[in-house]
Design a protein. Sequence first.
Length: 340
Amino acid sequence: MGKINKTLGEFIIENQSSFAYSTGELSKLIHAIRLAAKVVNHEVNKAGLVDILGDAGDQNVQGEDQQKLDILANEKFIQTLKNREIVCGIASEEEDSFIEVNSHDELHQNKYVVLIDPLDGSSNIDVNVSVGTIFSVYRRVTPIGSPVTLEDFLQPGRNQVAAGYVVYGTSTMLVYTTGHGVNGFTLNPAIGTFYLSNPDMQFPEDGKIYSVNEGNYIHFPQGVKDYIKYCQEEDGDRPYTSRYIGSLVSDFHRNMIKGGIYMYPKSSKASNGKLRLLYECNPMAFLAEQAKGKASNGYERILDLQPTELHQRVPFFCGSRKMVEKAESFMAKHEAVEFK
Ligand SMILES: O=P(O)(O)OC[C@H]1O[C@](O)(COP(=O)(O)O)[C@@H](O)[C@@H]1O
Ligand SMILES: [Mg+2]
Ligand SMILES: [Mg+2]
């Protein structure tokens, strides 16, 4: 008889006990994310057949054109989390400020807040290239039963209790951590069940793939330019291969499996780069570290950064530990002079 793959449901139940304060609330939360992921997956897969491609004609708080699928995915995740009364607050790339989730009984006991990037890789939606969803979970810091505040969301990434992503690619996968390693589950679309397909995922310590939008090369800090040149030099196992999908989730996923580094540096055009600390960099950094990889802003550990705004951006270097350290060493050489 072939290898029996554990379902996500079975895995959640089995691993619930490994989580401190375990009341089953976090398990219910992961279940809800699984459900919303299946709903969004269904929409993504038939995107070309129904009128959900293209932009929605609105802009989000960051001045980016919202795609129709950005809005649909945002609605599906928020609705699913709200309806299950397992969170007390939600923040999203597509919402200006956080949403307080009130349950029917005044003093609801929900203790988690969730931050989401409902649709990651929006520029790839219309061209049938893989996209994703990213989520990050914290225990609230304000007293249970009291109104949720911004403070509950502006926590350093090291406080995350869970983080993960869904990649809607050649197959649909849910990859997440609760601080006990990283596991990947593949959706069997025929029966709508996620199965454990990639247990204990780990970044190879070193790699041969670098992912960066080289179209911004001339605007990059000298340290980044030097590291890209280093990746391209004929020497030993170099040149490395350049791979850039333009969806953070997909580039991260490939690099975690094959070994590689993803970079979205600051530049003379964007002094903090493009990616958002709270619902892109923190969750991917938590996953990276749990998978023996590394994540920094070129100088500091992402998970130790103290957030100050819901939608703040930070430079991002993430992937195989030795590659991130190498990039950081080039950055350190030029730290003093770079456009502070
Ligand atoms: O087109 P650029 O500037 O290279 O940016 C691509 C990056 O921006 C993102 O699309 C930003 O995420 P959103 O699509 O969620 O806004 C990342 O997924 C991706 O890595
Ligand atoms: Mg994104
Ligand atoms: Mg997005």
